[in-house]
Design a protein around this ligand. Structure first.
Ligand code: NCD
Length: 301
């Protein structure tokens, strides 16, 4: 694996297990200076809190140095009209790896064609967000002890949510899970993903009513309606409040279930859920650091 562009690059569970084991090691504080003398570039054309800062922390914890531009549309030569390809060609001659977030689907793949160093896709528009999916899977494993035989509800913006797209690819590798795809009609999972699921071991059920399935599921994965992907604000307004989980609704869930969210949340989960032990989203975000340490280590060494 030279670049990490899509979770479609993973076809068996062994590689995933290798990443999880490395993440486990790093979470226990076993930090060798695996990236000493390396330079990691973080190039972000879209807003980010967790992804950029956890990647930068991961690099620093492994002994690397970081160069970054957190608002590349404005602060890099993109503002003067430079193409992404030219920018990446240059940065790949400075740094040993590039973590890239860009607003266009397919941008990470484009970058990987011209880059002489590993490209890590940190989100390409409504396309994918592979490292988020890896940390999501790692969180399910850590919290529930397995990634098989589970009922998993993926809720919200399944059309535009790149974390969902990447996670679905990974879940389709595992056996005997049931996925509930819960969204308003307007935000249903693209047909290409459904075709992919049809050919895999995973079963899926499309649903619009979250309340109906709350007491059945082991994992509730909530997502934000991706406002920045809508052409018209009225269309966003129509669906933005489609699903809201509060403390009362959580009472219907199984005791041993978990609630996840890639964050940021807007109003999909009210703060009165945060104190419930099933609320795993802050633990999930922390797991991102260890997964990103593992990814950097594997790609660079
Ligand atoms: C997600 C993203 O950027 O796709 N955020 C993240 O990286 N944790 C989810 C989102 O923005 O809704």
């Amino acid at each position: 694996m030279k670049h990490l562009i899509s979770t479609k690059q993973f076809t068996d569970v062994n590689k995933l297990e290798e990443i999880f084991q490395l993440a486990d090691r790093y979470s226990q504080g076993n930090v060798a200076e695996a990236l000493k003398h390396k330079i990691i570039a973080c190039i972000f054309y879209e807003p980010s809190t967790r992804t950029r800062l956890s990647f930068e922390t991961a690099a620093l914890r492994l002994g690397a140095e970081v160069i970054s531009t957190e608002n590349a549309s404005l602060f890099s030569s993109a503002a003067k009209g430079e193409t992404l390809e030219d920018t990446i060609k240059i940065i790949s001659s400075y740094a040993d790896a590039i973590v890239l977030r860009h607003y266009q689907k397919g941008s990470a793949r484009l970058a990987s064609v011209v880059s002489s160093v590993p490209i890590i896709n940190a989100g390409d528009g409504a396309g994918e967000h592979p490292t988020q999916a890896l940390l999501d899977l790692y969180t399910i494993k850590k919290e529930l002890g397995r990634i098989e035989g589970l009922k998993i509800a993926l809720v919200g913006d399944l059309l535009n949510g790149r974390t969902i797209h990447s996670l679905i690819n990974l879940l389709s590798i595992y056996n005997s899970n049931i996925l509930y795809l819960v969204s308003p009609q307007e935000l249903k999972l693209p047909a290409s993903f459904k075709r992919l699921l049809d050919n895999k071991k995973v079963n899926f059920i499309e649903e619009t009513n979250l309340t109906k399935i709350l007491n059945k599921i082991d994992v509730l994965y909530m997502t934000r309606v991706q406002k920045e992907r809508f052409k018209k604000i009225e269309e966003y307004e129509k669906v933005k409040d489609a699903y809201r989980l509060d403390g009362k609704a959580v009472q219907q869930m199984k005791k041993e279930s978990i609630i996840m969210h890639p964050l940021p949340r807007i109003n999909e989960i009210s703060t009165d859920v945060d104190g419930d032990e099933r609320a795993a989203y802050f633990r999930q975000a922390k797991n991102g650091l260890y997964i990103r340490m593992a990814i950097l280590d594997l790609l660079l060494n």
